[in-house]
Design a protein around this ligand. Sequence first.
Ligand code: PMP
Length: 289
Amino acid sequence: MAIGTQCLTWFEGRWHEGNTRILGAADHGAWLGTMVFDGARAFDGVIPDLDLHCERVVRSAEVMGLKAPMVAGEIADLIRAGVQRLSSERALYLRPMIWSREGSVSLIDPLPESTQLAVCIEDLPLREPGPYALTMSPYRRPSADSALNEAKASCHYANNARVVREARGRGFNNGLSLDQQGNVAETASTNVFVVRDGVVMTPVANGTFLNGITRQRIIALLRDDGVRVEERSLATEDVAAADEMFLTGNAAKVTPVTRFEGRDLAGTEFGMRARALYWDYARQVRKAA
Ligand code: PMP
């Protein structure tokens, strides 16, 4: 499935137009789901935090027992070359992917040296702020000893998919999951921030959810701008009492939430401020480049 109208894929040493076939039926990654990936964005001539996304895909591969076939800097260079080659006016989704071709003697665990890499670049609009409804999901995040949560792995997204499917079925855009201890964790596709009495709070990274690159960037930008940001354990009651909420993730960067369960939220001031700070940051990166 190509999500964009344009699709460029690097695989086995060269660029291919379109939705290139990268897996064989007997490939270990296809059979046992060792695929890891990352997602970065190119828009308005910038690719914010590309280095961090490439470092994370290499780390994800290692967590999965794979040996990344390139170092992060080489993957970043490849992605920059692909963006130039596509030379699109549209916002792009940049996705390096790493998986195993072969299993080891046990068949279950991957043979680290059989690792493959592809980079897929597609156009995908950046979602503009608008009505966005969030609900608590009945589905939780696995604990750190039951899933490879530190890896951004495709296999996690089966659970995330049912989170979003269930939420959409009840008329919401996304669902917010708890971890096994009952702490607020993340949505199916983003990290979450809540605002109460001018203080911004977000779940402290505890190994049960993705400690997002956008999350970390927004925490730093808000703090530099004089906002009090607390990373702490949050309970459902903290979310229920929020004046505001916003979500962060590479795909849309910052998304203010306008409704939580049946309640319209008071405003989007902090979400919009975080968004403006992110775009200022991205523009500075362009100037410095
Ligand atoms: N949580 C999940 C489940 C995600 O899919 C994403 C998007 N990658 C995030 C959080 C946000 O992470 P990042 O800011 O690094 O994109």
